[in-house]
Design a protein around this ligand. Structure first.
Ligand code: ZN
Length: 486
């Protein structure tokens, strides 16, 4: 993709302009998107209004590095039936991670976001890919992937919308919303709108290859207008920031493809359910273990340890984990990611009912130290709301992604931060027996142990950990229980 190059002088000028532009010229269309766009422009897309838990068989595919010096976290949805769309998102995510790490094929990482890894004092690079649903009803599905990569001189963001047509069984890019024979008229209308925008260069859309690359983010507002969103530096000087062009419903309606028409209909008036004609819908049995009353383990008298599981819930691994924990009467703490809680509230409810503690691990796993106090508060508040909706209880603990915390993060929340004593680095070593042996060899009284229930191999390590440490007299308690005893 061709982008404008920044000269240093322009950069300084650009930052000044950008600061002013952001404060005074927020596009009107933003308000019509129910708060989606302002969150996206801040690099922490926090989702639309679609109820993910109503999408049967949905699975969130997430993977996180948890590496303090090279931070990356990716998530995209896998909706039964939308195979082509899931495959397209998977390709994008895997390519971005490989580029970020400088990996060729199965080769090793050669850098981290263009920066050498592990340099003392160097800014940590970060890649974050998150999703939000635009439409999920009738026979259409729309998802926006938002990629942040930093450190960056600008917003470091690019966004792309993916569409799935359940009637034709095809995945479409944003331009699939427009009929083939109307692409020219549509592009001309977008160019005309851009002409009036300071710093924009609509002529880049004359080139049909660039046009295909840049017109990659379109969605309808709740009024039926079409927002066309351009990443920074694509159709204008980087200093101009992101451009959003809004075409009124009446203008764009004649140009819509059959898919576009159905997406518009579902945006304005969603059907009760989603039917993409999936031939099979995976169902994960949700464990129903319940415990009554408080944990009476006295950590002053017996040896206690707190296992913590981050980044979930994930189907089916979290359900398997709950079964293992129940077998040993072990309690644990789950630091859940909001976008996963929204997809699987039933698993979070099962965690709470089985006597485990549910903590907050942000909405989409960004490094909170790069965000503003408002963005930090939003990341944690949205997740809290999802946890409360699932369990009826508010979290009291949070764990900052990557363990990255500073005074701004602490001041932005009343939740109590939890880090860890034993870091299994299980995300790096997908080997159950290695993870188990590491925990067993490092475990000490009152330790907090860091694991991740998005990884099958980490969950498979748990029976061995529980068996061996129980035999050594350990009791498995929640973080709050442990803290109360110390
Ligand atoms: Zn994490």
């Amino acid at each position: 993709m061709r982008t404008y190059t920044l000269a240093p002088a322009l950069l300084v000028f650009g930052i000044l302009i950008l600061t002013t532009a952001c404060a005074t010229h927020a596009p009107k269309a933003d308000s019509a998107r129910g708060g989606d766009s302002p969150a996206r422009s801040a690099g922490t897309d926090t989702g639309g209004t679609v109820d993910l838990s109503k999408i049967k068989g949905i699975r969130i595919v997430s993977d996180n590095s948890e590496d303090h010096s090279c931070r990356w976290a990716t998530a995209y949805p896998d909706v039964p039936g939308a195979t082509a769309m899931t495959a397209a998102m998977k390709r994008t995510v895997e390519r971005r991670v490989a580029d970020f790490l400088g990996k060729e094929g199965d080769g090793p990482a050669t850098h981290c976001g263009g920066l050498p890894t592990g340099t003392e004092g160097a800014p940590a690079a970060e890649l974050n890919i998150s999703f939000s649903f635009l439409v999920a009803s009738g026979d259409v599905l729309g998802v926006r992937l938002t990629t942040f990569q930093g450190p960056s001189v600008g917003d470091g963001l690019d966004t792309r919308t993916y569409w799935y047509d359940g009637k034709e069984k095809t995945g479409e890019s944003a331009r699939g919303l427009i009929a083939d024979d109307s692409q020219g008229a549509f592009a001309a209308a977008v160019q005309k709108k851009l002409e009036k925008r300071e710093g924009a260069d609509p002529t880049v859309l004359d080139d049909t290859t660039d046009r295909a690359a840049y017109l990659d983010d379109m969605s309808f507002t709740s009024d039926g207008d079409l927002d066309v969103d351009f990443d920074r530096g694509t159709v204008g000087v980087p200093a101009g920031g992101r451009y959003t062009v809004t075409l009124p419903k009446a203008t764009v309606a004649p140009w819509l493809s059959d898919l576009g028409k159905r997406v518009l209909r579902q945006t304005l008036s969603p059907s009760a359910g989603l039917d993409l004609g999936a031939t099979s819908t995976p169902t994960v049995p949700v464990p129903t273990y319940t415990v009554e009353g408080d944990d009476t383990t006295d950590c002053a008298k017996v040896t206690c340890i707190a296992l913590t599981f981050d980044d979930g819930p994930a189907a089916p691994h979290t359900a398997t984990l709950l079964t293992y924990l129940a077998k040993y009467n072990a309690r644990a703490t789950f630091f859940t990611v909001g976008q996963n809680v929204a997809a699987h509230p039933e698993l979070v409810r099962a965690e709470a009912e089985a006597g485990h503690e549910v903590g907050n691990h942000s909405w989409n796993h960004p490094d909170l130290t790069r965000l503003t106090p408002t963005q930090i508060a939003s990341q944690l508040a949205r997740t809290d709301t999802a946890i409360k909706a699932a369990t009826g209880e508010e979290a009291t603990l949070f764990r900052p992604p990557y363990g990255a915390i500073n005074s701004t993060v602490r001041a932005a929340t009343s939740l109590s931060p939890v880090l860890w004593d034993v870091d299994t680095e299980d995300w790096k070593y997908p080997d159950a027996s290695r993870v188990a042996q590491y925990v067993i060899s490092k475990a000490d009284r009152n330790d907090v142990v860091l694991l991740h229930d998005i990884h099958r191999t980490s969950v498979e390590a748990v029976p061995e950990i529980l068996r061996t440490l129980t035999a050594r007299g350990y009791h498995f308690v929640t973080v709050s229980h442990l803290r109360a005893a110390l």
